[in-house]
Design a protein around this ligand. Structure first.
Ligand SMILES: [Zn+2]
Ligand SMILES: [Zn+2]
Length: 281
């Protein structure tokens, strides 16, 4: 059975997220470990990390994952910004370790006009640098596929493969497939044939074992539009049919599938119910 959940707010403290998720019928949650639009962050206290871990158990979360800050760009050609991004990403990894979270999901980055190859290599170097600085611990760096607008990297399995190939330490990386982003970047996961082709391409290039998380979002943009605009489940170009293949794919049974749809808490419960109803028993 697919593991379904949603991106949940941490207002009032990270420890509140598991209960909030459970109330919305989530079996897994994604959180920001801090304000995602700010560089500065208040350190996580031991007791707040303990309460988060206890609550994950208490409210029966199969898994909790973290999405990093939107300000971080591991592919930036600007030296100062790159340094800040690497340090910020390292801090995100440390926070994940403190919270007992094993997957840190992030957008690979933008080359800002400095060129695709250079950008992909820079991202790989950033990931190696943070891994070295981080030391031990089971925090996986999970590259999220992007919609491919402008200079944003990571919109194809080929680009993601290149980043991983450029890395020295490839043991603890993985990929997050966002349904809106992949559809917008040209992967037709809506039809049965398109879905099979997409998963085969992923398997050929990366190996299905690299797939560690899925974001379930409908898309306001058409196939190949490169538009990163999430829509409520069933209300966008993917439509309900766009999710059926994925929900019934045995290979994805234990992978957290997370909603990041625009109505948030107001609609999550309903959307999860619709998605669950499409799973073949
Ligand atoms: Zn994301
Ligand atoms: Zn996403």
């Amino acid at each position: 059975m697919a593991v379904l959940g949603a991106h949940i707010s941490i207002s009032g403290g990270v420890e509140n997220a598991p209960e909030r998720g459970r109330k919305l019928t989530c079996d897994c949650i994604q959180i920001f470990s801090k304000n995602q639009m700010q560089w500065s962050m208040k350190p996580l206290m031991i007791d707040e990390c303990d309460r988060f871990k206890e609550n994950c158990k208490k409210f029966k979360m199969i898994e909790a994952v973290i999405h990093d800050s939107y300000l971080i760009n591991l592919g930036s050609p600007d030296k100062a910004l790159l340094k800040k991004s690497r340090e910020g990403f390292l801090e995100e990894m440390v926070r994940a370790r403190r919270l007992g979270v094993e997957k840190l999901i992030f957008h690979p980055g933008s080359h800002k006009g400095s060129g695709e190859q250079v950008g992909l290599k820079r991202i790989a170097e950033s990931l190696d640098w943070t891994r070295k600085e981080f030391g031990g611990g089971e925090v996986h760096q999970i590259l999220e596929i992007t919609a491919g607008a402008g200079n944003l990297l990571g919109s194809s399995f080929e680009q993601i493969t290149k980043i991983i190939d450029f890395m020295e330490d490839q043991k603890s990386v993985g990929v997050c497939l966002d349904t809106c982003h992949s559809y917008a970047s040209g992967y037709d996961i809506k039809t049965k044939e398109g879905y099979e082709q997409t998963m085969n391409a992923f398997d050929d290039l990366l190996g299905i074992g690299y797939l560690k998380a899925i974001h379930l979002n409908d898309s306001k943009g058409m196939l190949g539009s490169n538009l990163d605009r999430h829509e409520q489940i069933g209300k966008g170009y993917l439509g309900l049919e766009g999710f059926r293949n994925l929900l019934n794919d045995d290979r994805l049974e234990k992978i957290p599938m997370i909603l990041e749809t625009p109505a948030g808490d107001k609609m999550y419960k309903k959307e999860l119910k619709i998605l669950r109803s499409m799973i073949k028993k």
